[in-house]
Design a protein around this ligand. Structure first.
Ligand SMILES: [Zn+2]
Length: 134
């Protein structure tokens, strides 16, 4: 695969249910979303890789006051993917009022959904979302 991954290519992958990242030839770390250099070591020898669409919740928060156009409450989680990269997205299959520390460590599937552009974005984007697997 190419050694460069643009944000548009990453977005097109998500639209096609393909989760792309960059694997560093120097340290082996995975960088998602795409950047010009490895987020672990700063190396620039990166290979595009299709990633497994699963991971584990490492932390989360419940958003009760949100920016214009969003519909709180909702849960935002940081997930450590099976490839080792940490990504942020919405945990969608839980009532925000039921979110508690028992979510930490739970396995999730990684998907995406189209978010309409608003005053904070330059157009529609595919945003990550997580669903509980266990
Ligand atoms: Zn690296």
């Amino acid at each position: 695969m190419s050694t460069e991954l643009t944000f548009r290519q990453y977005q097109d992958g998500l639209a096609d249910h393909i989760f792309l990242g960059l694997r560093c030839d120097t340290c082996g770390s995975c960088t998602v979303p795409p950047q010009k250099v490895c987020r672990n070591c700063g190396g620039s020898d990166l290979q595009v890789e299709e990633l497994e669409k699963s991971g584990f919740i490492r932390t989360f928060t419940v958003i009760r006051v949100a920016a214009e156009g969003m519909n709180p409450p909702f849960v935002v989680a940081m997930v450590e993917t099976s490839s080792g990269a940490w990504v942020m997205g919405n945990l969608i299959d839980i009532d925000p009022d039921d979110a508690n520390m028992a979510l930490i460590g739970r396995k999730v599937a990684i998907g995406s959904h189209l978010v309409k552009g608003d005053v904070y974005a330059c157009g529609d984007i595919h945003s990550l979302r997580f669903t509980l697997l266990d």
